[in-house]
Design a protein around this ligand. Structure first.
Ligand SMILES: Nc1ncnc2c1ncn2[C@@H]1O[C@H](COP(=O)(O)OP(=O)(O)OP(=O)(O)O)[C@@H](O)[C@H]1O
Length: 290
């Protein structure tokens, strides 16, 4: 949690809020399983002309409210599919909200996916265009060129059109270009941190450097040690709901206890005990606007 300073009057003054989320909901429309399984491809296309495609809705984020302040480094933990990336994508403006509002003091940047790159152009041109698309001037983009190319380290392929790149090479270049900007609100999804061990290590170092420059950081990770080492606050998200919000040590401990409980129940064939928010061991996260 962010630390309060004392005003001359002795009152606690919190740092300014940089991100405010009010009852955020994110949904996705997906074709129904039945339709996908039963319709042959041609028939499906034909059917789409005469009748609307039956759609199901996936409710990925279910009413999250939060106030995050300058200087906070907020980690998000939760099982696969719990809604962490969806929340980050919504915060980055990459996915519309179904309901609720998000206010941000500056444009949040999701590392690695913001640059719009052109497959016909060589990587070298994309470095400059991508950096400029992210808001750098021509001179600033040129000044960062060597640093970006060095981080991507895709050798002479940098002079070939990007459409010839493997998906890993394209992801490395995209990630490296994104590190050229120094956003005030930085969003990092470790799932996007692809590549081999060498690239992962170098990109990790780069992320650490960016984190030190940013005023506010959101970090999605499955690694408790990464979150413990780098975050001042951790959110536990489960099925799109914020279940715990607090000191990294406490939240990560509760999360790991729950994970162990699930594994033990599964391996012994016993029923999984109810989660701590259902058994009453964990109080609901207070609404910051109540
Ligand atoms: N583009 C999409 N279209 C349809 N459903 C989606 C899409 N992206 C995510 N979902 C669904 O939304 C839910 C939340 O997914 P999300 O990727 O946000 O979870 P996550 O916590 O980041 O998971 P992980 O730890 O596996 O990366 C899941 O049920 C997922 O299947």
């Amino acid at each position: 949690m962010s630390e309060a300073q004392l005003a001359p009057t002795g009152e606690a003054v919190l740092p300014p809020a940089t991100v405010v989320m009010d009852d955020v909901h994110v949904t996705y429309r997906v074709p129904t399983v039945q339709q996908r399984a039963e319709s042959p491809r041609g028939l499906r296309r034909l059917a789409s002309f005469v009748q609307p495609t039956p759609q199901a809705s996936v409710h990925a984020v279910r009413g999250i409210s939060l106030v995050v302040r300058e200087g906070e480094s907020v980690g998000l933990i939760g099982t696969n599919g719990s809604g962490k990336s969806s929340l980050l994508r919504a915060l980055a403006g990459l996915h519309p909200l179904k309901q609720g509002r998000i206010f941000a003091a500056d444009e949040p940047m999701l590392l690695g996916v913001n640059a719009a790159l052109l497959p016909e152009l060589p990587g070298s041109k994309n470095v400059l265009l991508g950096a400029m698309a992210l808001g750098l001037s021509k001179a600033e983009a040129a000044a960062r060129y060597d640093e970006i190319v060095e981080l991507a380290s895709i050798g002479n392929s940098i002079y070939l059109p990007m459409k010839t790149y493997s998906s890993g090479m394209a992801a490395r270049l995209n990630f490296s270009i994104a590190t050229a900007v120094r956003p005030k609100i930085l969003l990092v999804d470790e799932a996007l941190n692809t590549g081999d061990a060498d690239f992962r290590q170098r990109s990790q170092n780069k992320m650490d450097e960016l984190r030190t420059h940013a005023g506010t950081v959101f970090l999605v990770s499955h690694s408790s040690s990464t979150l413990r080492d780098t975050c001042t606050r951790v959110l536990w998200i489960d099925k799109g709901t914020l279940r715990m919000d607090g000191e990294p040590k406490e939240v990560l401990k509760a999360y790991s206890v729950r994970q162990k409980e699930i594994v033990e129940a599964r391996t012994s064939g016993k029923p999984v005990p109810p989660p701590p928010w259902e058994s009453g061991e964990l109080a609901p996260v207070p609404d910051p606007f109540a």
